[in-house]
Ligand binder design. Structure first.
Ligand SMILES: CC(C)(COP(=O)(O)OP(=O)(O)OC[C@H]1O[C@@H](n2cnc3c(N)ncnc32)[C@H](O)[C@@H]1OP(=O)(O)O)[C@@H](O)C(=O)NCCC(=O)NCCS
Length: 189
C-alpha cells in the first residue's frame, strides 16, 4: 500500500515546490530528455521553480510519496487546463487528430528519485491524477512526453488506454523536445 501526500492548495504545495524544482533539474537531465532546467525563481516560468509556481497559481494539484529521512521518493502534478496554461506550455500550437482544450486535465509532470524506481510509485500517481480529473468533471486527460520515453508510453498507453493524438516539437523552458501527445476520454459520448 503506497501512502502519498496530497497538496491541493497553495498553502499545502508551496513548502514543497523548491524540492520538486530540484528534482526536475536533477531527474530530467538523463536521456531521452537531456533537459538543462535552471532552478530559477518563482517569477520566471521558463525555470523549474517558476514553471511549478505558475502551475500552482493556476490551481494545480501536487502529490508526493515520502522516502526515507525526509526525502521525497516520487512526485507528480496535474491541472485542469486554463488558456494561460495551454499557452505557457506551448500546447496551443499542437495539431493532432484532436487537441487539448480549456477544461481538459493535463498530467503536467512526474518523477521518481532513482533509489525508489520500479516500485510502482509513478503508476500510483498516474491513478491519483485520473481520479482527480474525474472528481473535477474533466472530459479528457492529456499526457505529453518525449517520443522515446517508453516507460510513460507504456504506463499510460498500454496500461491505461491512452491514445496517441500526434507528435510535435516545441520549445519549453528546459529546451526543445519532440513530444508525443496522448489522451484518454473519461466521458463516453
Ligand atoms: C518515468 C519514471 C517517473 C517512472 O517512475 P517509477 O516510479 O520507477 O515507475 P513505476 O515503478 O510506477 O513503473 C511504471 C511502469 O513502467 C515500467 N518500468 C519502470 N521502469 C522501467 C524501466 N527502466 N524499463 C522498463 N520498464 C520500466 C514498470 O514495470 C511499470 O509497468 P507495469 O505496471 O506494466 O509493470 C522514472 O523513471 C523517472 O522519474 N524518470 C525521469 C523523469 C521522467 O521520465 N518523468 C516522466 C516524464 S513525462
Amino acid at each position: 500500500m503506497v501512502e502519498e501526500v496530497l497538496c491541493t492548495g497553495s498553502s499545502d504545495a508551496r513548502p514543497h515546490l523548491a524540492t520538486f524544482a530540484e528534482m526536475l533539474c536533477d531527474l530530467f537531465r538523463d536521456p531521452p530528455f537531456n533537459f538543462d532546467w535552471r532552478y530559477g525563481d518563482h517569477d520566471d516560468p521558463s525555470s523549474a521553480l517558476g514553471f511549478l509556481s505558475l502551475l500552482e497559481s493556476e490551481g494545480a494539484t501536487f502529490w508526493h510519496i515520502p522516502g526515507e529521512d525526509g526525502a521525497i521518493a516520487s512526485f507528480a502534478f496535474g491541472i485542469v487546463l486554463t488558456q494561460r496554461i495551454i499557452e505557457a506550455l506551448g500546447l496551443a500550437n499542437f495539431e493532432g487528430t484532436t487537441h487539448p482544450q480549456v477544461g481538459d486535465y493535463y498530467c503536467a509532470g512526474a518523477a521518481t528519485a532513482k533509489p525508489y524506481r520500479k516500485r510502482g510509485y509513478f503508476s500510483h500517481l498516474a491513478e491519483r491524477r485520473l481520479d482527480d480529473a474525474r472528481a473535477k468533471g474533466c472530459r479528457r486527460v492529456w499526457v505529453r512526453t518525449h517520443t522515446q520515453c517508453g516507460i510513460v508510453r507504456h504506463t499510460y498507453g498500454d496500461n491505461r488506454g491512452f491514445e496517441i493524438a500526434g507528435t510535435y516539437t516545441a520549445n519549453q523552458g528546459s529546451g526543445t523536445m519532440t513530444s508525443v501527445m496522448m489522451y484518454r476520454d473519461l466521458v463516453e459520448c
